[in-house]
Design a binder for this molecule. Structure first.
Ligand code: NAI
Length: 339
């Protein structure tokens, strides 16, 4: 059994994590869970927003499955999600954006991997009030972090036999920060991965091309903020935030979480789609299978994937996908189809 820290999180987090754990257990996933708190849930329990014991638990097991955590807008504490990524040095976010057979959208055959740098850029949180009416937000880019994410992305592309990687940037305006991001990608490509087709695109034109025909892209590499925004945009191309999973990787630890947030507008109503977190759970199992050569993890990942695809083909869907099933009913539909 592999020990995994489960962070239910806030808003729809507890509802979707509960159902995902139920499915993983029904699919014989070789995981033993230990629950930890973060975000509003931790504050409500009288703890720090990111308790030290939560960090220690992840450091011990190396793996986490995390529900979304709420961050106050315009005031209040710094994002727990950003803090977790920084404290554990989870520098590479991976977001696979794929068309699903039972979820018709404007485009078929979307199969895009988004790699987001997770530790720098405007997420430095370094903001200063210069005068009463002027504030400055610092965009941080270091050559070492830009090289590190470029290596990670090209290595990932090679391992997954991906053919093309495009960097979206705005180095025409942010000549220095985005400048070193693309320079690092270009250098790493030329030196170590010349067989992968490499392209640079100014992000505004890149977004236009992405919504015109996402199938022309294979992998995207973006700095932190662009990666955040483009992930949600791309989710909209394949059915929305209910169907896009994610993972945050460092050299030592990995935390798997959906792209979506805590969705306070639908929390507690049994309407949230648990699929994005379930797919993140499948990524977790595949990671365990690959890194720890565990065939049972690979088999249970495959069973879950087959089952949710069958459920969608059979028309079992939550409200965000045009269906009528609640969170728990959709999870039960997946469990019924586990081979
Ligand atoms: P959101 O992703 O929570 O919701 C955006 C829209 O998508 C809402 O209409 C919501 O109902 C819908 N939605 C999201 N997930 C869904 C699901 N699984 N099933 C069905 N519908 C779903 O983004 P929003 O509203 O901008 O942020 C809410 C909170 O979440 C904020 O405090 C934000 O900081 C936080 N957040 C946390 C993230 C994380 O923990 N990794 C990521 C993004 C946002």
């Amino acid at each position: 059994m592999h020990s995994v820290v489960l962070i239910p999180g806030d808003g729809i987090g507890p509802e979707v994590t509960r159902e995902v754990v139920r499915i993983l257990e029904a699919a014989d996933a070789p995981i033993s869970w230990s629950e930890a708190r973060a975000g509003i849930a931790a504050l409500n329990a009288g703890e720090e927003v990111l308790p030290a014991q939560t960090l220690r638990a992840i450091e011990r097991s190396g793996l986490g499955l995390k529900g979304p955590c709420t961050t106050p807008v315009g005031t209040g504490f710094a994002s727990v999600n950003v803090q977790l990524r920084k404290r554990l040095n989870l520098y590479a976010a991976v977001r696979p954006v794929r068309s699903l057979e039972g979820v018709p959208t404007r485009f078929d055959g979307v199969d895009l991997i988004i790699i987001r740098e997770n530790t720098e850029g405007l997420y430095s949180g370094a903001e200063n009030r210069v005068t009463d009416d002027v504030v400055i937000s610092m965009k941080v880019a270091t050559e070492s972090a830009c090289e590190r994410i470029a290596h990670w992305a090209f290595r990932y592309a090679t391992q997954r036999e991906r053919k093309k990687l495009a960097v979206f940037h705005k180095a025409n305006i942010m000549k220095m920060s985005d400048g070193i991001f693309i320079a690092a990608a270009k250098r790493v490509h030329a030196r170590d991965y010349p067989n992968i087709h490499y392209q640079e695109m100014i992000i505004d034109a890149g977004c236009m091309k992405l919504v015109q025909d996402p199938t022309q892209f294979d992998m995207l590499l973006l700095e932190n903020l662009y990666g955040d925004v483009v992930s949600d945009l791309a989710a909209g191309l394949v059915g929305g935030l209910g169907v896009v999973p994610g993972a945050n990787f460092g050299d030592e630890y990995a935390i798997f979480e959906a792209v979506h947030g805590s969705a306070p507008d639908i929390a507690g109503k049994d309407v949230a789609n648990p699929l994005a977190l379930l797919m993140s759970g499948v990524m977790l199992l595949n990671h365990i299978a690959r890194e720890r050569s565990d065939e049972r993890a690979a088999a249970s990942a495959e069973r879950i994937k087959t089952a949710y695809n069958q459920a969608l083909r059979d028309g079992c869907k939550t409200r965000d996908l045009g269906g009528e099933l609640g969170t728990a009913a959709f999870a039960s539909a997946v469990i019924e189809r586990l081979g």
